[in-house]
Write a protein that binds this ligand. Sequence first.
Ligand SMILES: Nc1nc2c(ncn2[C@@H]2O[C@H](COP(=O)(O)OP(=O)(O)OP(=O)(O)O)[C@@H](O)[C@H]2O)c(=O)[nH]1
Ligand SMILES: [Mg+2]
Length: 381
Amino acid sequence: MDILVTISLVFLLATFIPYIFYTLIFLLKRPIPLPTTKPSTYPPVSIVLPTFNESSIIKKKLKDIFSLDYPLDKIELVVIDSSTDDTPEIISSFFKDIQTIQLILIQESNRRGLAMALNEAYAAATHDIVVKTDCDSLLDPSCLKQAVSHFSNKTVGAVTGTNTEVIGGSQVESDYRNIQSYIQLLESHLDSTFIFHGPFSAFRKKCIVPVSEDSLADDTELALLIRRQNFKVLFDPHIKFKEASHSAFWKRRSQKDRRAMGLVKVLFQNKDILFKSGLYGSLILPFNWWFLILSPWFILFSLLAVTVTAFSISPLLSLTIPLSLILSIWLGQKDSLGPLQIFYSLFDTQVSLLRSHFLLLTNTNKTGIWDVDPELREMMQ
Ligand SMILES: Nc1nc2c(ncn2[C@@H]2O[C@H](COP(=O)(O)OP(=O)(O)OP(=O)(O)O)[C@@H](O)[C@H]2O)c(=O)[nH]1
Ligand SMILES: [Mg+2]
Protein backbone atom coordinates (compact mmCIF):
# COMPACT_ATOMS: atom_id res chain seq x y z
CA MET A 1 0.00 0.00 0.00
CA ASP A 2 2.82 2.38 0.92
CA ILE A 3 4.34 1.71 -2.48
CA LEU A 4 1.11 2.66 -4.24
CA VAL A 5 0.79 5.87 -2.24
CA THR A 6 4.41 6.70 -3.08
CA ILE A 7 3.81 5.93 -6.77
CA SER A 8 0.75 8.15 -6.75
CA LEU A 9 2.65 11.02 -5.13
CA VAL A 10 5.59 10.62 -7.51
CA PHE A 11 3.28 10.76 -10.53
CA LEU A 12 1.46 13.77 -9.11
CA LEU A 13 4.75 15.55 -8.51
CA ALA A 14 5.92 14.59 -12.00
CA THR A 15 2.80 16.26 -13.39
CA PHE A 16 3.63 19.51 -11.69
CA ILE A 17 7.43 19.51 -12.14
CA PRO A 18 7.39 21.56 -15.35
CA TYR A 19 5.02 24.11 -13.77
CA ILE A 20 7.24 24.31 -10.67
CA PHE A 21 10.37 24.55 -12.80
CA TYR A 22 8.92 27.28 -15.02
CA THR A 23 7.77 29.21 -11.91
CA LEU A 24 11.29 29.06 -10.48
CA ILE A 25 12.87 30.29 -13.73
CA PHE A 26 10.17 32.97 -13.91
CA LEU A 27 11.06 34.21 -10.42
CA LEU A 28 14.75 34.13 -11.32
CA LYS A 29 14.44 35.89 -14.68
CA ARG A 30 11.44 38.10 -13.90
CA PRO A 31 10.57 38.59 -17.56
CA ILE A 32 8.71 41.77 -18.31
CA PRO A 33 6.56 42.35 -21.38
CA LEU A 34 8.43 43.91 -24.27
CA PRO A 35 8.08 47.70 -24.10
CA THR A 36 5.25 49.27 -26.08
CA THR A 37 6.94 51.16 -28.86
CA LYS A 38 5.08 53.10 -31.49
CA PRO A 39 6.33 52.15 -34.95
CA SER A 40 8.03 55.11 -36.65
CA THR A 41 6.34 54.21 -39.91
CA TYR A 42 3.20 52.26 -40.68
CA PRO A 43 4.11 49.62 -43.23
CA PRO A 44 1.39 48.05 -45.35
CA VAL A 45 -0.12 44.95 -43.75
CA SER A 46 -2.17 42.06 -45.11
CA ILE A 47 -4.85 40.74 -42.76
CA VAL A 48 -5.95 37.18 -43.53
CA LEU A 49 -9.45 36.21 -42.43
CA PRO A 50 -10.70 32.65 -43.07
CA THR A 51 -14.47 32.24 -43.07
CA PHE A 52 -16.82 29.30 -43.03
CA ASN A 53 -20.53 30.05 -42.57
CA GLU A 54 -20.02 33.13 -40.44
CA SER A 55 -23.01 35.14 -41.70
CA SER A 56 -24.21 35.81 -38.12
CA ILE A 57 -21.00 37.59 -37.05
CA ILE A 58 -19.09 38.61 -40.18
CA LYS A 59 -20.34 42.21 -40.17
CA LYS A 60 -19.25 42.61 -36.57
CA LYS A 61 -15.83 41.23 -37.45
CA LEU A 62 -15.42 43.57 -40.43
CA LYS A 63 -16.38 46.56 -38.28
CA ASP A 64 -13.82 45.37 -35.74
CA ILE A 65 -11.10 45.39 -38.41
CA PHE A 66 -12.16 48.88 -39.51
CA SER A 67 -11.81 50.11 -35.90
CA LEU A 68 -8.13 49.21 -35.76
CA ASP A 69 -5.95 52.16 -34.86
CA TYR A 70 -3.89 51.96 -38.06
CA PRO A 71 -3.96 53.84 -41.38
CA LEU A 72 -6.72 51.89 -43.12
CA ASP A 73 -5.33 52.57 -46.59
CA LYS A 74 -2.26 50.55 -45.52
CA ILE A 75 -4.39 47.46 -44.92
CA GLU A 76 -5.26 44.72 -47.38
CA LEU A 77 -7.87 42.21 -46.22
CA VAL A 78 -7.54 38.72 -47.69
CA VAL A 79 -10.70 36.72 -47.00
CA ILE A 80 -10.62 33.04 -47.86
CA ASP A 81 -14.14 31.70 -47.79
CA SER A 82 -15.66 28.26 -48.13
CA SER A 83 -19.15 29.13 -46.87
CA THR A 84 -22.41 27.64 -48.02
CA ASP A 85 -24.35 30.54 -46.45
CA ASP A 86 -24.32 34.18 -47.57
CA THR A 87 -21.08 35.21 -45.82
CA PRO A 88 -19.30 36.19 -49.10
CA GLU A 89 -22.29 38.28 -50.25
CA ILE A 90 -22.33 40.14 -46.93
CA ILE A 91 -18.60 40.84 -47.30
CA SER A 92 -18.93 42.06 -50.90
CA SER A 93 -21.80 44.38 -50.09
CA PHE A 94 -19.96 45.73 -47.01
CA PHE A 95 -17.02 46.68 -49.24
CA LYS A 96 -19.14 48.15 -52.06
CA ASP A 97 -18.28 51.80 -51.38
CA ILE A 98 -15.11 51.32 -49.36
CA GLN A 99 -11.98 53.03 -50.70
CA THR A 100 -9.60 52.48 -47.78
CA ILE A 101 -9.02 48.79 -47.00
CA GLN A 102 -8.38 46.78 -50.15
CA LEU A 103 -10.34 43.52 -50.28
CA ILE A 104 -9.12 40.29 -51.86
CA LEU A 105 -11.96 37.79 -51.58
CA ILE A 106 -11.04 34.23 -52.50
CA GLN A 107 -13.98 31.85 -52.77
CA GLU A 108 -13.19 28.16 -52.48
CA SER A 109 -15.30 25.83 -54.56
CA ASN A 110 -15.64 23.46 -51.60
CA ARG A 111 -14.58 23.29 -47.97
CA ARG A 112 -11.05 21.88 -47.76
CA GLY A 113 -10.27 22.68 -44.14
CA LEU A 114 -8.72 25.70 -42.48
CA ALA A 115 -5.06 24.82 -43.05
CA MET A 116 -5.40 24.45 -46.82
CA ALA A 117 -7.45 27.63 -46.99
CA LEU A 118 -4.82 29.54 -45.05
CA ASN A 119 -1.95 28.26 -47.18
CA GLU A 120 -3.73 29.73 -50.21
CA ALA A 121 -4.58 33.02 -48.46
CA TYR A 122 -1.01 33.53 -47.22
CA ALA A 123 0.27 33.02 -50.76
CA ALA A 124 -2.21 35.64 -52.02
CA ALA A 125 -1.21 38.24 -49.42
CA THR A 126 1.00 40.88 -50.99
CA HIS A 127 2.52 42.73 -48.02
CA ASP A 128 5.62 42.03 -45.92
CA ILE A 129 3.67 41.64 -42.69
CA VAL A 130 0.74 39.22 -42.65
CA VAL A 131 -1.72 39.08 -39.75
CA LYS A 132 -4.09 36.17 -39.30
CA THR A 133 -7.32 36.62 -37.34
CA ASP A 134 -10.41 34.46 -36.75
CA CYS A 135 -13.97 35.61 -37.35
CA ASP A 136 -15.10 34.78 -33.82
CA SER A 137 -12.69 37.12 -32.07
CA LEU A 138 -12.50 40.84 -31.40
CA LEU A 139 -9.26 42.81 -31.49
CA ASP A 140 -8.07 45.64 -29.32
CA PRO A 141 -7.69 48.68 -31.63
CA SER A 142 -3.99 49.08 -30.71
CA CYS A 143 -2.97 45.50 -31.49
CA LEU A 144 -1.89 46.02 -35.08
CA LYS A 145 0.42 48.96 -34.28
CA GLN A 146 1.85 46.99 -31.39
CA ALA A 147 2.47 43.90 -33.51
CA VAL A 148 4.01 45.85 -36.37
CA SER A 149 6.51 47.52 -34.04
CA HIS A 150 8.21 44.15 -33.45
CA PHE A 151 9.05 43.60 -37.10
CA SER A 152 11.57 46.46 -37.22
CA ASN A 153 13.76 43.94 -35.39
CA LYS A 154 15.03 41.78 -38.24
CA THR A 155 15.41 38.71 -36.02
CA VAL A 156 11.66 38.57 -35.30
CA GLY A 157 9.65 36.32 -37.60
CA ALA A 158 6.29 36.24 -35.84
CA VAL A 159 4.38 37.61 -32.86
CA THR A 160 1.18 36.63 -31.09
CA GLY A 161 -0.95 38.18 -28.35
CA THR A 162 -3.20 37.32 -25.45
CA ASN A 163 -6.88 36.76 -24.76
CA THR A 164 -7.65 39.44 -22.17
CA GLU A 165 -11.39 38.89 -21.99
CA VAL A 166 -13.18 35.60 -22.45
CA ILE A 167 -16.49 36.42 -24.14
CA GLY A 168 -19.16 34.44 -22.28
CA GLY A 169 -17.27 34.88 -18.99
CA SER A 170 -15.79 31.37 -18.65
CA GLN A 171 -13.57 31.39 -15.54
CA VAL A 172 -12.05 28.04 -16.56
CA GLU A 173 -10.79 29.50 -19.82
CA SER A 174 -9.76 32.77 -18.23
CA ASP A 175 -7.65 31.00 -15.55
CA TYR A 176 -6.06 28.76 -18.16
CA ARG A 177 -5.22 31.79 -20.35
CA ASN A 178 -3.63 33.60 -17.41
CA ILE A 179 -1.36 30.66 -16.65
CA GLN A 180 -0.56 30.30 -20.33
CA SER A 181 0.36 33.98 -20.61
CA TYR A 182 2.98 33.59 -17.86
CA ILE A 183 4.40 30.56 -19.64
CA GLN A 184 4.48 32.37 -22.97
CA LEU A 185 6.04 35.50 -21.50
CA LEU A 186 8.84 33.44 -19.99
CA GLU A 187 9.38 31.41 -23.16
CA SER A 188 9.53 34.59 -25.22
CA HIS A 189 12.03 36.10 -22.83
CA LEU A 190 14.22 33.00 -23.02
CA ASP A 191 13.96 32.53 -26.79
CA SER A 192 10.56 32.01 -28.43
CA THR A 193 7.15 30.81 -27.40
CA PHE A 194 5.60 27.55 -28.58
CA ILE A 195 1.84 28.26 -28.70
CA PHE A 196 0.42 30.84 -31.15
CA HIS A 197 -3.20 32.00 -31.07
CA GLY A 198 -5.79 32.02 -33.86
CA PRO A 199 -7.47 35.35 -33.00
CA PHE A 200 -4.27 37.30 -33.63
CA SER A 201 -0.91 36.16 -34.97
CA ALA A 202 1.38 38.25 -37.17
CA PHE A 203 4.01 36.74 -39.45
CA ARG A 204 6.86 38.07 -41.59
CA LYS A 205 5.69 37.21 -45.09
CA LYS A 206 9.06 35.99 -46.34
CA CYS A 207 9.14 33.41 -43.50
CA ILE A 208 5.71 31.95 -44.24
CA VAL A 209 5.75 28.35 -45.48
CA PRO A 210 2.76 26.04 -46.00
CA VAL A 211 1.49 24.20 -42.92
CA SER A 212 0.34 20.56 -43.04
CA GLU A 213 -2.93 20.27 -44.92
CA ASP A 214 -4.63 18.48 -42.00
CA SER A 215 -3.20 20.82 -39.34
CA LEU A 216 -5.40 21.44 -36.30
CA ALA A 217 -3.06 24.10 -34.86
CA ASP A 218 -2.08 26.09 -37.95
CA ASP A 219 -0.86 29.20 -36.08
CA THR A 220 1.40 27.26 -33.70
CA GLU A 221 2.67 25.08 -36.54
CA LEU A 222 3.54 28.10 -38.69
CA ALA A 223 5.26 29.83 -35.78
CA LEU A 224 7.36 26.73 -35.15
CA LEU A 225 8.26 26.47 -38.83
CA ILE A 226 9.39 30.11 -38.66
CA ARG A 227 11.43 29.44 -35.50
CA ARG A 228 13.06 26.58 -37.41
CA GLN A 229 14.34 29.22 -39.84
CA ASN A 230 16.08 30.83 -36.84
CA PHE A 231 13.70 33.76 -36.48
CA LYS A 232 12.27 34.58 -33.04
CA VAL A 233 8.56 33.93 -32.55
CA LEU A 234 7.35 36.08 -29.68
CA PHE A 235 4.45 36.58 -27.31
CA ASP A 236 3.47 40.15 -26.45
CA PRO A 237 0.77 40.64 -23.78
CA HIS A 238 0.18 44.21 -25.06
CA ILE A 239 -1.42 42.62 -28.13
CA LYS A 240 -4.91 42.02 -26.80
CA PHE A 241 -7.96 40.25 -28.16
CA LYS A 242 -11.22 38.73 -26.97
CA GLU A 243 -12.53 35.27 -27.83
CA ALA A 244 -15.61 33.34 -26.70
CA SER A 245 -15.36 30.13 -24.70
CA HIS A 246 -17.38 27.76 -22.51
CA SER A 247 -16.84 26.55 -18.95
CA ALA A 248 -19.19 23.55 -19.24
CA PHE A 249 -17.18 20.33 -19.27
CA TRP A 250 -18.70 18.67 -22.35
CA LYS A 251 -19.01 21.89 -24.34
CA ARG A 252 -15.31 22.55 -23.83
CA ARG A 253 -14.32 19.18 -25.16
CA SER A 254 -14.93 19.79 -28.87
CA GLN A 255 -12.92 23.03 -29.17
CA LYS A 256 -10.26 22.36 -26.59
CA ASP A 257 -9.60 18.69 -27.35
CA ARG A 258 -9.25 19.47 -31.07
CA ARG A 259 -6.80 22.27 -30.31
CA ALA A 260 -4.91 19.89 -27.99
CA MET A 261 -4.70 17.33 -30.81
CA GLY A 262 -3.25 20.01 -33.05
CA LEU A 263 -0.54 20.99 -30.55
CA VAL A 264 0.45 17.39 -29.83
CA LYS A 265 0.70 16.70 -33.56
CA VAL A 266 2.98 19.72 -34.06
CA LEU A 267 5.30 18.49 -31.30
CA PHE A 268 5.55 15.02 -32.84
CA GLN A 269 6.06 16.38 -36.37
CA ASN A 270 9.00 18.45 -35.13
CA LYS A 271 10.63 16.00 -32.73
CA ASP A 272 13.84 16.21 -34.81
CA ILE A 273 14.68 19.64 -33.30
CA LEU A 274 14.28 18.46 -29.70
CA PHE A 275 17.48 19.30 -27.79
CA LYS A 276 18.74 21.34 -30.75
CA SER A 277 18.21 24.95 -31.82
CA GLY A 278 19.30 26.83 -28.69
CA LEU A 279 17.05 27.21 -25.64
CA TYR A 280 13.99 26.68 -27.83
CA GLY A 281 14.95 23.09 -28.61
CA SER A 282 16.76 22.33 -25.38
CA LEU A 283 14.33 23.79 -22.83
CA ILE A 284 11.10 25.16 -24.30
CA LEU A 285 10.18 22.23 -26.52
CA PRO A 286 11.11 19.56 -23.93
CA PHE A 287 8.95 21.34 -21.34
CA ASN A 288 6.08 21.55 -23.78
CA TRP A 289 6.49 17.83 -24.35
CA TRP A 290 6.20 17.42 -20.60
CA PHE A 291 3.17 19.76 -20.27
CA LEU A 292 1.34 18.36 -23.26
CA ILE A 293 2.39 14.75 -23.63
CA LEU A 294 3.74 13.35 -20.34
CA SER A 295 1.71 15.19 -17.67
CA PRO A 296 -1.72 13.87 -18.72
CA TRP A 297 -0.48 10.29 -18.31
CA PHE A 298 1.11 11.08 -14.94
CA ILE A 299 -2.24 12.41 -13.72
CA LEU A 300 -4.03 9.31 -14.97
CA PHE A 301 -1.50 6.96 -13.33
CA SER A 302 -1.64 8.95 -10.12
CA LEU A 303 -5.44 8.70 -9.98
CA LEU A 304 -5.29 4.98 -10.71
CA ALA A 305 -2.69 4.38 -7.99
CA VAL A 306 -4.70 6.31 -5.41
CA THR A 307 -7.88 4.41 -6.36
CA VAL A 308 -6.14 1.03 -6.05
CA THR A 309 -4.71 2.09 -2.68
CA ALA A 310 -8.16 3.09 -1.48
CA PHE A 311 -9.58 -0.20 -2.82
CA SER A 312 -6.99 -2.20 -0.89
CA ILE A 313 -8.22 -0.49 2.30
CA SER A 314 -11.90 -0.80 1.49
CA PRO A 315 -13.80 -1.17 -1.83
CA LEU A 316 -16.28 1.39 -0.55
CA LEU A 317 -13.48 3.89 0.10
CA SER A 318 -12.23 3.50 -3.48
CA LEU A 319 -15.58 4.86 -4.67
CA THR A 320 -14.80 8.20 -3.05
CA ILE A 321 -12.08 8.87 -5.68
CA PRO A 322 -14.29 8.88 -8.78
CA LEU A 323 -17.09 10.52 -6.78
CA SER A 324 -14.87 13.38 -5.63
CA LEU A 325 -13.58 13.72 -9.18
CA ILE A 326 -17.11 14.02 -10.55
CA LEU A 327 -18.01 16.51 -7.82
CA SER A 328 -14.90 18.61 -8.59
CA ILE A 329 -15.70 18.61 -12.31
CA TRP A 330 -19.30 19.54 -11.60
CA LEU A 331 -18.28 22.47 -9.38
CA GLY A 332 -15.32 23.43 -11.58
CA GLN A 333 -17.39 23.72 -14.73
CA LYS A 334 -19.75 26.03 -12.81
CA ASP A 335 -16.73 28.20 -11.92
CA SER A 336 -17.61 27.47 -8.26
CA LEU A 337 -14.42 25.96 -6.84
CA GLY A 338 -13.25 29.17 -5.19
CA PRO A 339 -9.48 29.24 -4.62
CA LEU A 340 -9.17 25.75 -6.18
CA GLN A 341 -10.70 26.95 -9.45
CA ILE A 342 -7.30 27.69 -10.96
CA PHE A 343 -6.20 24.05 -10.41
CA TYR A 344 -9.38 22.92 -12.10
CA SER A 345 -8.42 24.87 -15.23
CA LEU A 346 -5.14 22.93 -15.31
CA PHE A 347 -6.99 19.67 -14.75
CA ASP A 348 -9.42 20.52 -17.56
CA THR A 349 -6.44 21.14 -19.87
CA GLN A 350 -4.93 17.80 -18.93
CA VAL A 351 -8.26 16.08 -19.65
CA SER A 352 -8.21 17.62 -23.13
CA LEU A 353 -4.65 16.51 -23.70
CA LEU A 354 -5.26 12.96 -22.53
CA ARG A 355 -8.36 12.69 -24.70
CA SER A 356 -6.45 14.19 -27.63
CA HIS A 357 -3.85 11.40 -27.30
CA PHE A 358 -6.58 8.77 -27.60
CA LEU A 359 -8.20 10.61 -30.51
CA LEU A 360 -4.86 10.81 -32.31
CA LEU A 361 -4.14 7.14 -31.65
CA THR A 362 -7.51 6.25 -33.17
CA ASN A 363 -6.86 8.57 -36.12
CA THR A 364 -9.87 10.80 -35.37
CA ASN A 365 -10.16 13.96 -37.48
CA LYS A 366 -7.58 13.27 -40.16
CA THR A 367 -9.18 15.86 -42.40
CA GLY A 368 -8.54 19.13 -40.58
CA ILE A 369 -12.26 19.97 -40.86
CA TRP A 370 -14.53 20.53 -37.86
CA ASP A 371 -17.96 21.85 -36.95
CA VAL A 372 -17.94 25.57 -36.24
CA ASP A 373 -19.50 26.09 -32.76
CA PRO A 374 -22.80 28.02 -33.18
CA GLU A 375 -23.11 28.77 -29.45
CA LEU A 376 -19.79 30.61 -29.45
CA ARG A 377 -21.05 32.67 -32.40
CA GLU A 378 -24.19 33.57 -30.43
CA MET A 379 -22.01 34.79 -27.57
CA MET A 380 -20.16 37.02 -30.05
CA GLN A 381 -23.36 38.77 -31.01
N1 LIG B 1 -12.00 29.02 -45.37
C1 LIG B 1 -12.23 28.26 -44.29
N2 LIG B 1 -12.37 28.84 -43.06
C2 LIG B 1 -12.62 28.05 -42.00
C3 LIG B 1 -12.75 26.64 -42.10
N3 LIG B 1 -13.00 26.13 -40.86
C4 LIG B 1 -13.05 27.19 -40.02
N4 LIG B 1 -12.81 28.35 -40.70
C5 LIG B 1 -12.71 29.71 -40.17
O1 LIG B 1 -11.53 29.74 -39.41
C6 LIG B 1 -11.68 30.51 -38.23
C7 LIG B 1 -11.39 29.64 -37.01
O2 LIG B 1 -12.34 28.59 -36.96
P1 LIG B 1 -13.06 28.17 -35.60
O3 LIG B 1 -14.10 27.17 -35.92
O4 LIG B 1 -13.46 29.38 -34.86
O5 LIG B 1 -11.88 27.45 -34.84
P2 LIG B 1 -11.67 27.43 -33.29
O6 LIG B 1 -11.64 28.83 -32.76
O7 LIG B 1 -10.50 26.58 -33.01
O8 LIG B 1 -12.98 26.67 -32.80
P3 LIG B 1 -14.40 27.22 -32.30
O9 LIG B 1 -14.33 28.69 -32.08
O10 LIG B 1 -14.66 26.43 -31.11
O11 LIG B 1 -15.45 26.87 -33.36
C8 LIG B 1 -13.09 31.08 -38.27
O12 LIG B 1 -13.04 32.37 -38.82
C9 LIG B 1 -13.83 30.11 -39.22
O13 LIG B 1 -14.88 30.73 -39.90
C10 LIG B 1 -12.61 26.06 -43.40
O14 LIG B 1 -12.70 24.85 -43.56
N5 LIG B 1 -12.35 26.91 -44.44
MG1 LIG C 1 -13.06 30.13 -32.91
